[in-house]
Design a protein around this ligand. Structure first.
Ligand SMILES: [Zn+2]
Length: 305
Protein backbone atom coordinates (compact mmCIF):
# COMPACT_ATOMS: atom_id res chain seq x y z
CA UNK A 1 0.00 0.00 0.00
CA UNK A 2 2.84 2.41 0.73
CA UNK A 3 4.65 1.83 -2.52
CA UNK A 4 3.74 5.31 -3.66
CA UNK A 5 6.35 6.67 -1.26
CA UNK A 6 8.96 5.50 -3.72
CA UNK A 7 7.96 8.37 -5.91
CA UNK A 8 8.45 11.33 -3.73
CA UNK A 9 12.20 11.52 -4.31
CA UNK A 10 11.65 11.55 -8.07
CA UNK A 11 11.56 15.32 -8.62
CA UNK A 12 14.91 15.58 -6.85
CA UNK A 13 16.33 12.86 -9.06
CA UNK A 14 14.99 14.68 -12.10
CA UNK A 15 16.65 17.91 -11.10
CA UNK A 16 19.90 16.12 -10.39
CA UNK A 17 19.78 14.33 -13.71
CA UNK A 18 18.97 17.48 -15.66
CA UNK A 19 21.68 19.66 -14.14
CA UNK A 20 24.71 17.97 -15.59
CA UNK A 21 23.53 16.86 -18.97
CA UNK A 22 21.56 19.84 -20.10
CA UNK A 23 24.32 21.51 -22.07
CA UNK A 24 25.62 18.41 -23.82
CA UNK A 25 23.04 17.64 -26.44
CA UNK A 26 25.55 18.16 -29.27
CA UNK A 27 27.22 15.37 -31.16
CA UNK A 28 30.45 15.46 -29.10
CA UNK A 29 28.59 13.40 -26.53
CA UNK A 30 29.35 9.78 -27.49
CA UNK A 31 26.07 8.66 -25.91
CA UNK A 32 24.14 10.92 -28.16
CA UNK A 33 23.06 9.62 -31.52
CA UNK A 34 21.28 12.79 -32.70
CA UNK A 35 23.81 13.35 -35.45
CA UNK A 36 23.80 10.01 -37.25
CA UNK A 37 20.45 8.30 -36.89
CA UNK A 38 18.46 11.10 -35.37
CA UNK A 39 17.21 11.45 -31.86
CA UNK A 40 16.63 8.26 -29.86
CA UNK A 41 13.79 8.37 -27.32
CA UNK A 42 12.88 5.62 -24.89
CA UNK A 43 9.47 5.87 -23.20
CA UNK A 44 8.35 4.00 -20.11
CA UNK A 45 5.27 2.45 -21.72
CA UNK A 46 3.51 2.12 -25.06
CA UNK A 47 1.13 5.07 -24.78
CA UNK A 48 3.85 7.65 -24.20
CA UNK A 49 5.84 5.80 -26.87
CA UNK A 50 3.02 6.26 -29.36
CA UNK A 51 2.68 9.97 -28.62
CA UNK A 52 6.45 10.50 -28.78
CA UNK A 53 6.60 8.69 -32.10
CA UNK A 54 3.96 11.02 -33.53
CA UNK A 55 6.07 14.05 -32.58
CA UNK A 56 9.50 12.62 -33.48
CA UNK A 57 8.30 11.57 -36.93
CA UNK A 58 11.24 10.78 -39.21
CA UNK A 59 13.78 12.67 -37.10
CA UNK A 60 14.59 9.66 -34.95
CA UNK A 61 13.37 6.48 -33.29
CA UNK A 62 11.23 5.72 -30.25
CA UNK A 63 11.23 2.60 -28.06
CA UNK A 64 9.27 1.80 -24.95
CA UNK A 65 9.99 -0.42 -21.96
CA UNK A 66 6.78 -2.14 -20.79
CA UNK A 67 5.65 -4.63 -23.47
CA UNK A 68 2.07 -4.44 -24.77
CA UNK A 69 -0.17 -6.66 -22.68
CA UNK A 70 1.74 -6.00 -19.46
CA UNK A 71 0.80 -3.27 -17.03
CA UNK A 72 3.20 -0.42 -16.32
CA UNK A 73 2.67 -0.08 -12.57
CA UNK A 74 4.63 -3.01 -11.21
CA UNK A 75 6.61 -4.12 -14.20
CA UNK A 76 9.95 -5.80 -13.47
CA UNK A 77 12.65 -4.26 -15.70
CA UNK A 78 15.05 -6.72 -17.35
CA UNK A 79 18.73 -5.95 -18.12
CA UNK A 80 17.98 -5.08 -21.75
CA UNK A 81 15.64 -2.36 -20.48
CA UNK A 82 18.52 -0.68 -18.64
CA UNK A 83 20.42 -0.74 -21.92
CA UNK A 84 17.47 0.77 -23.83
CA UNK A 85 17.36 3.64 -21.37
CA UNK A 86 21.14 4.00 -21.26
CA UNK A 87 21.38 4.25 -25.05
CA UNK A 88 18.56 6.79 -25.32
CA UNK A 89 19.03 10.54 -25.59
CA UNK A 90 16.11 10.94 -23.19
CA UNK A 91 13.77 8.73 -21.18
CA UNK A 92 10.12 9.86 -21.08
CA UNK A 93 8.03 8.81 -18.08
CA UNK A 94 4.49 9.47 -16.88
CA UNK A 95 5.36 9.79 -13.18
CA UNK A 96 2.34 10.68 -11.01
CA UNK A 97 2.58 7.28 -9.21
CA UNK A 98 2.70 5.19 -12.38
CA UNK A 99 6.10 3.55 -12.77
CA UNK A 100 6.85 1.85 -9.44
CA UNK A 101 10.04 0.46 -10.99
CA UNK A 102 11.59 3.82 -11.89
CA UNK A 103 14.15 3.78 -9.11
CA UNK A 104 15.67 0.61 -10.51
CA UNK A 105 16.06 2.31 -13.88
CA UNK A 106 17.57 5.40 -12.28
CA UNK A 107 20.05 3.22 -10.39
CA UNK A 108 21.06 1.32 -13.51
CA UNK A 109 20.94 3.98 -16.22
CA UNK A 110 21.97 7.07 -14.34
CA UNK A 111 23.36 9.07 -17.27
CA UNK A 112 20.20 9.41 -19.31
CA UNK A 113 17.97 12.35 -18.60
CA UNK A 114 14.50 11.47 -17.33
CA UNK A 115 11.67 13.78 -18.34
CA UNK A 116 8.21 13.58 -16.81
CA UNK A 117 5.91 14.37 -19.71
CA UNK A 118 2.88 15.00 -17.47
CA UNK A 119 4.45 18.16 -16.04
CA UNK A 120 1.70 20.77 -15.50
CA UNK A 121 -1.16 18.23 -15.54
CA UNK A 122 -4.31 19.06 -13.59
CA UNK A 123 -4.22 16.05 -11.27
CA UNK A 124 -7.03 13.96 -9.83
CA UNK A 125 -6.10 12.40 -6.47
CA UNK A 126 -6.25 8.66 -5.79
CA UNK A 127 -9.20 7.64 -3.64
CA UNK A 128 -7.55 5.13 -1.34
CA UNK A 129 -3.95 6.32 -1.21
CA UNK A 130 -2.10 9.62 -1.14
CA UNK A 131 -0.96 11.20 -4.38
CA UNK A 132 -2.33 11.70 -7.87
CA UNK A 133 -4.01 9.05 -10.00
CA UNK A 134 -1.51 8.45 -12.82
CA UNK A 135 -3.97 7.62 -15.64
CA UNK A 136 -4.12 11.15 -17.05
CA UNK A 137 -3.73 9.85 -20.64
CA UNK A 138 -7.14 8.19 -20.46
CA UNK A 139 -8.75 11.53 -21.22
CA UNK A 140 -7.71 12.68 -24.70
CA UNK A 141 -8.18 16.25 -23.49
CA UNK A 142 -4.94 15.71 -21.52
CA UNK A 143 -3.02 14.69 -24.63
CA UNK A 144 -2.20 18.37 -25.13
CA UNK A 145 -0.10 18.42 -21.95
CA UNK A 146 1.83 15.33 -23.02
CA UNK A 147 2.37 16.59 -26.56
CA UNK A 148 3.39 20.12 -25.51
CA UNK A 149 5.94 18.71 -23.07
CA UNK A 150 7.32 16.31 -25.68
CA UNK A 151 7.54 19.04 -28.35
CA UNK A 152 9.29 21.43 -25.93
CA UNK A 153 11.78 18.82 -24.80
CA UNK A 154 12.63 17.53 -28.27
CA UNK A 155 12.99 21.05 -29.64
CA UNK A 156 15.54 21.85 -26.98
CA UNK A 157 17.41 18.61 -27.58
CA UNK A 158 17.35 18.84 -31.38
CA UNK A 159 16.85 22.55 -32.24
CA UNK A 160 17.12 21.97 -35.98
CA UNK A 161 14.06 19.76 -35.74
CA UNK A 162 12.02 22.22 -33.69
CA UNK A 163 9.84 23.26 -36.58
CA UNK A 164 9.11 19.65 -37.52
CA UNK A 165 8.29 18.71 -33.94
CA UNK A 166 5.92 21.65 -33.61
CA UNK A 167 4.25 20.80 -36.89
CA UNK A 168 3.91 17.12 -35.96
CA UNK A 169 2.55 18.06 -32.54
CA UNK A 170 0.01 20.45 -34.04
CA UNK A 171 -1.19 17.85 -36.55
CA UNK A 172 -1.54 15.28 -33.77
CA UNK A 173 -3.53 17.64 -31.56
CA UNK A 174 -5.86 18.39 -34.46
CA UNK A 175 -6.58 14.66 -34.65
CA UNK A 176 -7.18 14.72 -30.90
CA UNK A 177 -9.68 17.58 -31.28
CA UNK A 178 -11.61 15.51 -33.82
CA UNK A 179 -11.45 12.50 -31.52
CA UNK A 180 -12.85 14.48 -28.57
CA UNK A 181 -15.86 15.55 -30.64
CA UNK A 182 -16.36 11.95 -31.82
CA UNK A 183 -16.26 10.65 -28.24
CA UNK A 184 -18.71 13.30 -27.04
CA UNK A 185 -21.11 12.27 -29.78
CA UNK A 186 -20.71 8.57 -29.01
CA UNK A 187 -21.42 9.02 -25.30
CA UNK A 188 -24.22 11.55 -25.68
CA UNK A 189 -27.00 8.97 -25.81
CA UNK A 190 -26.11 7.07 -22.64
CA UNK A 191 -28.92 7.81 -20.15
CA UNK A 192 -27.90 9.78 -17.06
CA UNK A 193 -28.39 6.91 -14.57
CA UNK A 194 -26.31 4.55 -16.72
CA UNK A 195 -23.30 6.87 -16.99
CA UNK A 196 -21.06 4.71 -14.78
CA UNK A 197 -17.91 3.01 -16.07
CA UNK A 198 -16.85 0.03 -13.94
CA UNK A 199 -13.54 -1.71 -14.72
CA UNK A 200 -11.14 -3.75 -12.56
CA UNK A 201 -8.75 -0.85 -11.88
CA UNK A 202 -10.59 2.47 -11.48
CA UNK A 203 -8.44 4.10 -14.14
CA UNK A 204 -11.00 6.21 -16.01
CA UNK A 205 -11.26 9.10 -13.53
CA UNK A 206 -9.83 11.67 -15.98
CA UNK A 207 -12.05 10.36 -18.76
CA UNK A 208 -15.04 10.51 -16.41
CA UNK A 209 -14.30 14.09 -15.39
CA UNK A 210 -13.99 15.26 -18.98
CA UNK A 211 -16.94 13.35 -20.45
CA UNK A 212 -19.43 13.48 -17.60
CA UNK A 213 -19.25 9.80 -16.62
CA UNK A 214 -19.00 8.34 -13.11
CA UNK A 215 -16.27 5.74 -12.69
CA UNK A 216 -15.49 2.95 -10.27
CA UNK A 217 -13.38 -0.18 -10.05
CA UNK A 218 -12.79 -3.26 -7.95
CA UNK A 219 -9.62 -1.52 -6.79
CA UNK A 220 -8.33 2.05 -7.07
CA UNK A 221 -4.88 1.44 -8.59
CA UNK A 222 -2.89 -1.69 -9.53
CA UNK A 223 -0.79 -2.65 -6.51
CA UNK A 224 -0.24 -5.65 -4.27
CA UNK A 225 -3.85 -5.31 -3.11
CA UNK A 226 -5.91 -6.45 -6.06
CA UNK A 227 -9.18 -8.27 -5.88
CA UNK A 228 -9.47 -8.83 -2.14
CA UNK A 229 -12.80 -10.12 -0.81
CA UNK A 230 -13.52 -6.71 0.70
CA UNK A 231 -12.88 -4.97 -2.63
CA UNK A 232 -15.06 -7.43 -4.53
CA UNK A 233 -17.94 -7.16 -2.05
CA UNK A 234 -17.80 -3.35 -2.11
CA UNK A 235 -18.11 -3.09 -5.88
CA UNK A 236 -20.91 -5.67 -5.98
CA UNK A 237 -22.81 -3.45 -3.52
CA UNK A 238 -22.21 -0.41 -5.74
CA UNK A 239 -23.49 -2.31 -8.77
CA UNK A 240 -26.54 -3.61 -6.96
CA UNK A 241 -27.40 -0.05 -5.88
CA UNK A 242 -27.13 1.37 -9.35
CA UNK A 243 -28.93 0.03 -12.35
CA UNK A 244 -26.32 -0.19 -15.12
CA UNK A 245 -26.40 -2.78 -17.93
CA UNK A 246 -22.74 -3.81 -18.05
CA UNK A 247 -19.20 -3.74 -16.70
CA UNK A 248 -15.89 -3.92 -18.59
CA UNK A 249 -12.49 -5.65 -18.41
CA UNK A 250 -9.06 -4.33 -19.38
CA UNK A 251 -6.51 -5.78 -21.80
CA UNK A 252 -3.78 -5.57 -19.14
CA UNK A 253 -5.63 -6.94 -16.07
CA UNK A 254 -6.50 -10.51 -15.02
CA UNK A 255 -10.16 -10.84 -16.00
CA UNK A 256 -11.14 -13.40 -13.35
CA UNK A 257 -11.84 -10.73 -10.72
CA UNK A 258 -14.36 -8.94 -12.91
CA UNK A 259 -15.90 -12.26 -13.96
CA UNK A 260 -16.58 -12.97 -10.29
CA UNK A 261 -18.07 -9.51 -9.81
CA UNK A 262 -20.22 -9.74 -12.94
CA UNK A 263 -21.53 -13.18 -11.92
CA UNK A 264 -22.44 -11.97 -8.45
CA UNK A 265 -24.09 -8.77 -9.67
CA UNK A 266 -25.83 -10.60 -12.54
CA UNK A 267 -24.25 -8.30 -15.09
CA UNK A 268 -22.72 -8.80 -18.48
CA UNK A 269 -19.09 -7.97 -19.27
CA UNK A 270 -19.67 -5.82 -22.35
CA UNK A 271 -16.15 -5.76 -23.70
CA UNK A 272 -12.44 -5.33 -23.19
CA UNK A 273 -11.03 -1.82 -23.04
CA UNK A 274 -7.46 -0.50 -23.18
CA UNK A 275 -6.12 1.43 -20.24
CA UNK A 276 -2.42 0.90 -19.52
CA UNK A 277 -1.21 -0.15 -22.98
CA UNK A 278 -2.23 0.23 -26.61
CA UNK A 279 -3.47 -2.88 -28.42
CA UNK A 280 -1.19 -5.20 -30.38
CA UNK A 281 -0.23 -4.27 -33.93
CA UNK A 282 -3.13 -4.84 -36.33
CA UNK A 283 -5.75 -4.64 -33.58
CA UNK A 284 -8.50 -2.01 -33.37
CA UNK A 285 -6.50 -0.16 -30.72
CA UNK A 286 -2.91 -0.24 -31.95
CA UNK A 287 -2.40 3.51 -31.51
CA UNK A 288 -3.35 5.86 -28.70
CA UNK A 289 -6.01 7.59 -30.82
CA UNK A 290 -7.51 4.30 -32.01
CA UNK A 291 -7.50 2.94 -28.48
CA UNK A 292 -9.36 5.96 -27.11
CA UNK A 293 -11.94 5.75 -29.89
CA UNK A 294 -12.36 2.00 -29.33
CA UNK A 295 -12.83 2.50 -25.57
CA UNK A 296 -15.54 5.11 -26.10
CA UNK A 297 -17.33 2.91 -28.65
CA UNK A 298 -17.24 0.00 -26.20
CA UNK A 299 -18.67 2.14 -23.38
CA UNK A 300 -21.37 3.60 -25.63
CA UNK A 301 -22.49 0.16 -26.81
CA UNK A 302 -22.34 -1.48 -23.40
CA UNK A 303 -24.04 1.25 -21.41
CA UNK A 304 -26.73 2.35 -23.84
CA UNK A 305 -28.65 -0.93 -23.78
ZN1 LIG B 1 -3.28 1.37 -14.48
Amino acid sequence: MKKTNLFWPLPLLLVAACGEESSSTESENPNNSTNEEGIYVTASFSIIGDMAEAVVGDRGTVDYIVPIGEEPHEYEPVPSNFQEVNDADVFYVNGMNLEAWLERIVDNAADTEIVQVTEGMEEIPLEQEDGPDPHAWLSPKNAEVYIDNIVADLSERDPEGAETFEENGRAYLEEIDTLVVEIEEMLADIPEEQRLIVVSENAFKYFGRDFNMDTDGIWDINSHEEGTTGQINRIIDVLNDRDIPAVFVESTVDKRYMETVADNASLEIAGEVYTDAVGVEGSEASSYIDMMRYNAETFAEGLSE
